[in-house]
Design a protein around this ligand. Structure first.
Ligand code: SF4
Ligand code: FES
Length: 358
């Protein structure tokens, strides 16, 4: 089939990061993925992404502000006529550095915090970071950069929605993303310690509703985690359908998790971005609907969710072409429910998780 238009380039500039969050979605073999693209290579990639139709680039990682050539990278992305969005933990960059990025064409920022209070946030981050994050947020607002606050939710912070929303309001965020942990990579290793209980989720959903009524001007996003849903999410808006992830080592992927699948993806700049997007066998493996098995093949919802997440199907069912086990119609759905119930029973009271290691 012919490749669709590319809309969004997700530029993973590096997997290095000063934080050690236990739910990190980066590959667990971080050292096997060095930073292979210099600023000139990224600059050419941005121009090629624009030629494929992209209008947006997310600069992410790891922590993109560990790159010393970030100003050059931002300038190149803006010159390619892309909206430049920075996804950051708020350090090691300092306010002067953020000012330089804003003057180079940065369009918006997403700042992660791990909780609403310093001690809890730093405990999850595995380092002292919270105070620096507040400095970053204030600098972003002073520069007029639209600010999104992102908080990954799990059993240790789901009870603090009100305090998290108050923090977002006090920082002048336009948007608050309450992202329930997705159990890939390090998060899958730590699943027993992170999975919430059904009661926690129910209470959190009603806290979100209440905060929405008192947060005029703040958009709050909250989506139920797969382990407690009966239909999957349209992961990445569909495989190879809208977004391309360019990993630090130059691999062009359809999503953050695809490097764990036994598929052939191509590397940039060994091949052009157009070849990586249009012709790589891995990129085409789950495009469209031809690969689908039952129950997806004849399901009316396949045009909405594209059968869910291939990486989750591979990790849990052992076969990426299966329906996402998050779907109640999947023959593997019981696997997910059993893992949820077993992990909830095992979780205990302590943190019980291991931080990301390098
Ligand atoms: Fe989606 Fe497949 Fe489940 Fe239908 S059977 S809802 S297409 S995952
Ligand atoms: Fe790879 Fe969902 S993370 S398809």
């Amino acid at each position: 089939m012919s490749a669709p238009r590319l809309w969004n380039l997700i530029a993973e500039l590096t997997y290095r990061c000063p934080l050690r969050c236990p739910y990190c979605s980066n590959p667990t073999d971080l050292r096997s993925h060095p930073d292979a693209l210099d600023a000139d290579a990224w600059s050419r990639a941005f121009a090629e992404a624009r030629a494929l139709g992209a209008v947006h680039v997310g600069l992410t990682g790891g922590e993109p502000t560990t790159r010393r050539d970030l100003v050059q990278i931002v300038r190149a992305a803006a010159a390619a006529d892309l909206h430049v969005h920075l996804v950051t933990a708020g350090l090691p960059i300092l306010p002067d550095g953020l000012g330089a990025l804003a003057r180079s064409g940065l369009g918006s920022v997403q700042l992660s915090v791990q909780d609403a209070e310093e001690a809890d946030s730093d405990r999850i981050a595995g380092t002292n970071a919270f105070a620096r994050k507040l400095v970053f947020a204030r600098a972003a607002r002073e520069l007029g950069l639209p600010l999104t606050l992102n908080v990954v939710l799990h059993r240790h912070n789901l009870g603090r929605i009100a305090a998290i929303a108050a923090l977002a309001r006090s920082l002048g965020a336009r948007r608050l993303e309450l992202a329930n942990a997705q159990y890939h990579g390090f998060a899958l290793r730590n699943r027993a310690a992170l999975l919430p209980t059904r009661e926690q989720l129910r209470a959190a959903a009603s806290d979100v509703e209440r905060e929405r009524t008192r947060s005029a001007g703040l958009e709050i996003l909250f989506v139920l985690p797969d382990y407690f849903a009966d239909r999957p999410k349209p992961c990445m808006g569909g495989w190879g359908r809208k977004a391309l992830v360019l990993a630090p080592d130059g691999r062009a992927l359809p999503c953050h998790g695809a490097s764990s699948l036994p598929l052939e993806f191509w590397r940039y700049p060994e091949r052009s971005l157009r070849q990586c997007w249009e012709d790589a066998p891995g990129m085409n493996a789950y495009r469209g609907e031809g690969w689908m098995r039952e129950p997806c093949r004849s399901c009316p919802e396949r045009a909405r969710d594209f059968g869910g997440c291939r990486c989750q199907a591979f990790a849990l069912a052992g076969e990426a072409a299966e329906a996402d086990p998050a779907c109640a119609l999947s023959p593997h759905h019981a696997l997910l429910a059993a893992a949820r119930d077993a992990d909830a029973a095992d979780a205990g009271d302590g943190p019980g998780f291991a931080w990301r290691t390098w």
